[in-house]
Design a protein around this ligand. Structure first.
Ligand code: GLV
Ligand code: GLV
Length: 322
């Protein structure tokens, strides 16, 4: 009989088409807003596959509602902190995710956010609109360039390495990185593996490019911002949970660090009354790292291929949990 798949949002059509072409019966939350928890719980019952997003918390309650016929979860994301992996393991539910196809888009966005922040583009654009552009001025809106800089990458995985390679031509003097273990790819950019403390103390730019885990939750806290250079710029394009946001606010407000660029926050969306938004030296964008047509299309398609692989009894192209 036809395999039933629940898709938790409107997604690029390529993925839905691939599932339909393979004979799957699709139920979809046909909206651009996130599916309410109760709706997800109602709809996952009796399904063979779940096509979900990073905005869906796939916890014990949802998995209990799914029942034993749920054979596979495909998340249209590279991050997986929204899925209770232990509960999936216990139930033997394989999970597929979408690395690689979003690496270039996310790296590109990270560079854009870094340049926006370091060259003070938000302040500059606001000044033009607000009539505060008096005259060309030798001391006005001077930022931190990448030329001669030390760049520290926390998590030199696929995305971290792709970011570093894109920054190299800007004249970066030295790349540092930290993580669980040295990475082969580091050689391509001549990056030094250092401990976390060394990285935050010596870097002009500190980039959060690692997956969020129980271990690194709140990694960037007051102590860490204190250790950074007063001229340091902090960029986060991984998950907001890496950062103690109140501590970041204090560090930016008091001049402990120079500026921050965030594509991810806690919570998302960031409330419009968040004090971070009142800071000139903080640029916040709405979690759009992978948001190119090409990348999102490929993510949707790969999610479908992961799901179909399990239905067909073959290995997933991108398994997270087998
Ligand atoms: C985006 O944040 C993703 O995990 O794909
Ligand atoms: C800048 O526009 C300069 O001419 O120095």
């Amino acid at each position: 009989s036809a395999k039933k798949v629940y898709v938790t949002r409107r997604v690029p059509q390529s993925g839905v088409d691939a599932l339909t072409a393979a004979g799957c019966e699709i139920t979809q939350w046909d909206s651009d807003d996130r599916v309410p928890k109760q709706e997800l719980i109602k709809n996952i019952a009796g399904k063979d596959g779940l096509f979900c997003l990073l905005t869906d918390r796939i916890d014990k309650e949802v998995l209990d509602a799914a029942g034993p016929q749920l054979k596979v979860i495909g998340t249209m994301s590279v991050g997986y902190d929204h899925i209770d992996m232990d509960e999936c393991k216990k139930r033997g539910i394989p999970i597929g995710y979408t690395p690689d196809v979003l690496t270039n888009a996310t790296a590109e966005l990270t560079v854009a956010l870094l340049l926006t922040t370091s060259r003070r583009l938000k302040e500059g654009m606001n000044a033009v609109v607000d009539g505060k552009w008096g005259t060309w001025s030798p001391l006005w809106l001077c930022g931190q360039g990448l030329d001669g800089a030390t760049v520290g990458v926390v998590g030199l995985g696929r995305i971290g390495l792709a970011v570093a390679k894109r920054l190299q031509p800007f004249g970066v003097k030295q790349f540092l990185y930290t993580g669980n273990s040295p990475k082969e790819g580091a050689k391509e950019i001549g990056a030094d593996f250092v401990d976390f403390d060394t990285l935050v103390k010596e870097s002009d730019f500190v980039l959060g490019c690692c997956a969020l885990t129980d271990k690194n939750k709140g990694l960037f806290n007051a102590d860490v911002f204190k250790k950074m250079k007063k001229t340091a710029i902090f960029i986060n394009t991984s998950r907001g949970g890496l950062v103690v946001q109140e501590d970041l606010y204090d560090a930016l407000k008091s001049g402990e660090i120079l500026a921050a660029g965030l594509d991810v926050t806690t919570p998302e969306p960031l409330p419009t009354d968040s004090p971070l938004l009142g800071l000139e030296n903080c640029v916040v964008i709405p979690h759009i790292g992978s948001a190119t047509m090409k990348s999102r299309g490929a993510m949707s398609e790969l999610t479908a291929r992961n799901i179909l692989a399990i239905f067909n009894g073959v290995p997933m192209p991108c398994p997270l949990l087998v």
